[in-house]
Design a protein around this ligand. Sequence first.
Ligand code: PLP
Length: 387
Amino acid sequence: MNQVQLKRTNEDKIEFIDLVSQKNRVLKNVQNAIQAVLDHGAYVMGPEVVTLEGQLAAFCGSGYAISCSSGTDALLLVLMAKDIGPGDAVFLPSFTFPATPESVALLGAHPVFVDVNPETFNMDPASLLDAIERAKLAGLTPRAIIPVDLFGQPVDYEAIQKVANDHDLWILCDGAQSFGATYGDKSVGNIGLATATSFFPAKPLGCYGDGGAVFTNDKALCETIKSIRVHGQGVDKYDNVRVGLNARMDTIQAAVLIEKLKIFPDEIQERQQVANYYAEGLKDVVGVPFVQENTTSVWAQYTILLKDLNEREGLKAHLAEQGIPTAIYYPKPLQEQVAYKKYYLPGQNLDVSKSLSDRVLSLPMHAYLTTQQQDRIIVAVVDFMNK
Ligand SMILES: *Cc1c(COP(=O)(O)O)cnc(C)c1O
């Protein structure tokens, strides 16, 4: 193959998430920002961390943003600050990434599974009510709800907040996939008691390593989380008033995020255009994502729904043959995971999450997909479905 052909082949390659094009867009600024950190040398809790926290809070309209080491630690920080522990029930969807139940289980509390809505794939309020009753029957104390904004779409928070109010529970939003999305007139980060998000590289807003943040409007909660973030410090690091963690964000990652946040609003629009184009091309042949009224998604994933496992596996193989990468989020609901099945409460119906795990398929989704690439993907899906 000669050079010209080789170059064309690479340009035509469809990435599931294209971090290379994004890196090229921000490269000079990121290099300068990292150099600035190398020059001042404050690698931990340097000035960029404080700057980023101010910008993140302003971005979503939240009172406080507390940066941290990962999305998982963001969840853990809030649960620790609220003294979640043995005997407590924390309600979360059975169709999610394991970091959600992990944060609860690590504290000795009981993650109680809640089924999801078949259209939005997000927590179902009716199933939540059922789970609360079953948790009480099992002798647990209902404490909190962790709705997950799956694939970038905020949960139906009005319905979930009503259940929370009626049962005296508080809400920790798992916004690891949805930072940048909106629900009514609110942005993710400004809903519930607190929101946890992740800046893992593949998330809509990612750094170049691990990172996360907690958002809240509660000043006392913010102070407690900041203490836990640094070993439970009181007046200083060597005054320990509680058991904490080392859960800080590196200054270099904060510097990277400051640069990426500048292009994030553009990228959100570009992701929306990609999603619109997919929906137009695919809506007649497969189940395309449903977004509720007055809600925007940041499209962490573009996930289509097939008839059954056979059809999903067939389409996945067909796309792979055409050089189109796909992924399955998530192939097993929590009630079937070795580490988590013991938390299933007798009699619970989690059939929707079970069915979705057999039928979902996530297509390439990022701000740098071209319409030519999307046409290739759409034609390949349509061809398979019309066979
Ligand atoms: C990615 C993710 C997390 C964890 O974030 P990390 O930064 O990888 O620790 C938590 N919850 C959900 C729903 C996620 O997608």
